[in-house]
Design a protein. Sequence first.
Length: 446
Amino acid sequence: KALLDYIEKKDPQVKAFLKVTSEEALAQAEEADKLRQKGEDRPLLGVPIAIKDNICTRGITTTCASKMLENFVPPFDATVIIKLKEAGAVILGKTNLDEFAMGSSTENSAFFPTHNPWDLERVPGGSSGGSAAAVAAGFCAAALGSDTGGSIRQPASFCGVVGLKPTYGRVSRYGLVAFASSLDQIGPLTRSVKDAALVLQVIAGKDEKDSTSVPEEVPDYLKALEMDLSGAAIGLPEEYFGEGLSGEVRTRIEEAIKVFEEMGIKVKKIRLPHTPYAVAAYYIIAPAEASSNLARYDGVKYGLRVEGKDLIDMYKKTRSQGFGPEVKRRIMIGTYALSAGYYDAYYKKASQVRTLIARDFTEAFKEVDFVIGPASPTPAFKIGERVSDPLAMYLSDIYTISVNLAGIVGLTIPCGFTDKGLPVGLQIMGPHFSESKVLALGHQFE
Ligand code: GLN
């Protein structure tokens, strides 16, 4: 009740939520209370959690911040939601995002932008900006986000919270509205690394309903937080500290590196030579997959329908009115890249580059246990500053995208503030299924 009151008072400024499910939340909280009185304990019993609005919740609208799905009420829960409910969590509502998770500032929401709680004139990052802002504002103990090219880690960095992109396949994507299926992954945003470990513990694991989820055993992430990391080595990729990195971010990261050294961790300079091609490869692969995934919004199966004089006219009107400019841009880029005659030049080439980027990490992890760098080249920027320049917007993902292309683990943790009081995030990257170790390093740094 206290949280719901607080959200009612403060969210009109932050605008983190698209929908607050007060009634359901109170019922779940009462249920949790009863269970506790009976002496039962569950990992998240009574813990208030917010959910990015591209994750399906049974009986509760799941809009993807799009006019296309404004009134879509899923008849089923995503696997992660079932798992959260089983663990006793209380779901507070659905958070704002860039339409269909396409963006880096939450300004592409069809409904309204979210504001950064640290400075209301600035963006919270994106696309999980609502989730990051909700955690930073203290509206919830944790939130779920999705990360296709940085959408958990970049907003975590802008909002001064913890954000984890697990290994591709670690968490079921069943019920996550697909953007780019070979890159999408659900993960937690929290105020501490320990909380992220707790949420991951609950949502991770093989799911029969997602054939890309991996049967790998789920370790005890909480226990692993205290593992001995002395003698471990971190690599600093030259490519992550070059031109384009703002001075204030660089300074905070360099200070953090000193802390790692004091912890007895070896620091090495490394190279990830294909990094300069990551953004280009991503902006072929992600739109290509998106153009295919978003073909389902045709006014027939579900979502918006705008009547037309015949079937084709109905498709055209529905898709013209249902999608916002960024989504249309991606569909056009993707369709073009996949067209006959262009496939080899674009999609195939981008896939080859993707392999080279993944190989860079494989080579690096032969030398070091972790790769460390900034999560974003700048702190949170002003609302409106980059809306008319898609390329400038795309560049905010320069340090996060490679992790998705390689399918590895990426964790953002706060590492201080700029002179203006804006949070700066540090990113820890680790090999596939290294969540335990990455979380341990983050926790011990905290
Ligand atoms: N900002 C990136 C994009 O616009 C990443 C989005 C995401 O991770 N969902 O595609």
